[in-house]
Structures are given as structure tokens and as C-alpha cells.
Write a protein of this length. Structure first.
Length: 251
């Protein structure tokens, strides 16, 4: 049922934002001004939560938690237009609720507007790279090792926190919600739209490269090669067994 999926997307996105914002607040409080320690805490908490949330909600809704991922599934025809719109609404709503919950449990003003400016071309390029890498991770693991998608996404995000100057938002719902927290994880509203645009650019690039990287014919050819190799090994083993048996009879 679509309602069950929407509940899963809402809860998953809310818990993700609670983790991102809450761990940022806690990390900043405990790190005594050491930004590197705060960022490490933020990255590890986010990665750990992503692994759990994708594992739990993946079988229910696909565990998108991200309008870019949902839009990609719509373009592929894997979800209806009404389903796509429903996912986007609950993802953004869930993200906002997650931010409010973080403020509540850390005794901060519930409604805030971020003053953390994240402007500049390098930041935008960083978000293109971060979002493209996330889509590539999801696409690659989904095709070659689908059971490990949660681990792949979690590890990628932890790494992307550190190799991107933007700290890898890679999610429009996350970006929008984080503009309403004036904490470690925040982003000023005037920086927001460049981040959202960068994610759209990343989606376009991925759509161009996906058929090249994950072409069905290529995958079938690789699978056929593996099957032929397995058959060859099996035939060789049978030959070795027959050869040993003949030698035993002769002796």
C-alpha cells in the first residue's frame, strides 16, 4: 500500500534529519571548539543511522529519504506520478519534523533560520560530485550486490562528509530542512537554492552515464562469462575424478 510506504519514508527521513542535526549539536558541544572532531562525530552518526534506516525501511518503501532518488525511480517508470509526489511531500515534511525534534531534545528554540553561509562555485561543484557519487553507489550496489546497499550508502556518506567541501548534503529534502536550524549542520537560505540546483545537475549526469556503466547487455555478457567459467571448472573437476578412478581400476 502506498500509505505504508509514505509512513516509512516520513519516519525514515525524520530520523535521518534528527541524526544529522542532533549529532551536529552534540558533537559541537562536546568537542570544545574542535571542528574536525565535531564533523567526525556528525559523519559517523549519520552513516550508522543510514545503515539501520535503510535496512529497516528498504523492504517497505525502498528507503529513498531523498527526492533525487525518488525522481530517478520516477524517470525509470518504477513509481507513478502520484507516488512520486507523495514521496516528495513526506520526505520534506519528515525532514522538517526531524529538525524540530533535534531542537526539542537539545532545548533549543524550535523555529530557527540558519545563518551558516555555504556559497561559492566550489561548494556547488562539491554537491554535484557528492550527489552523483551517492547515485552511483546506489546504482552499483543495487545491480551487483543488492544486499549490501545499506552498507554501501552508509560508508559512502561517511567518506563524502570528508572529501567534499560542502560536507555532502546530497539530498534536497535534507538541504531544505537544514536551512531551518542555526546549528552546526545548518545552511543559510540564500545558499540553499544553489545546493538544490547542483543535485539536479548530478541527476542529469548520472542518467547519461548509467546506461553506459550498467548496460543490460554488458551485465548479461558478464553473467554468461561467469556461467561458462563455472561450467568449465565443473567439467575439469569431473575429468579429474574420472582420471583418478581409471588409475585406481588399473592398479
Amino acid at each position: 500500500m502506498i500509505s505504508r510506504r509514505l509512513v516509512a519514508e516520513f519516519l525514515g527521513t525524520a530520523l535521518l534529519l534528527l541524526t544529522v542535526v542532533g549529532s551536529g549539536i552534540m558533537g559541537e558541544k562536546l568537542s570544545s571548539g574542535n571542528v574536525a572532531v565535531a564533523l567526525l562525530a556528525n559523519a559517523l552518526a549519520t552513516g550508522a543511522s543510514l545503515y539501520v534506516l535503510i535496512t529497516i525501511f528498504g523492504p517497505i518503501s525502498g528507503a529513498h529519504f531523498n527526492p533525487v532518488v525518488t525522481t530517478l525511480t520516477r524517470i525509470r517508470g518504477e513509481i507513478t506520478s502520484s507516488g512520486w509526489l507523495g514521496y516528495l511531500i513526506v520526505q520534506i515534511a519528515g525532514a522538517m519534523v526531524g529538525v524540530l525534534m533535534a531542537h526539542l531534545i537539545f532545548e533549543l528554540p524550535l523555529v530557527q533560520v540558519s545563518e551558516h553561509s555555504r556559497d561559492g562555485v566550489p561548494q556547488m561543484i562539491s554537491e554535484v560530485v557528492a550527489t552523483f557519487g551517492l547515485l552511483l553507489t546506489i546504482g552499483g550496489f543495487s545491480r551487483f550486490n543488492s544486499e549490501k546497499v545499506p552498507m554501501g550508502v552508509a560508508l559512502y556518506i561517511v567518506g563524502a562528509y570528508w572529501f567534499t567541501s560542502s560536507t555532502s548534503f546530497a539530498n534536497p529534502a535534507v538541504s531544505i530542512a537544514r536551512s531551518f536550524t542555526n546549528t552546526f549542520a545548518g545552511i543559510a537560505p540564500h545558499s540553499l537554492w544553489g545546493y538544490v540546483l547542483a543535485k539536479g545537475v548530478a541527476l542529469g549526469i548520472y542518467m547519461i552515464l548509467e546506461p553506459i556503466l550498467f548496460e543490460k547487455k554488458t551485465l548479461l555478457a558478464e553473467q554468461g562469462a561467469i556461467e561458462r567459467e563455472s561450467a568449465h571448472v565443473s567439467e575439469r573437476s569431473q575429468y579429474d575424478r574420472d582420471h583418478r578412478r581409471d588409475r585406481t581400476i588399473q592398479n
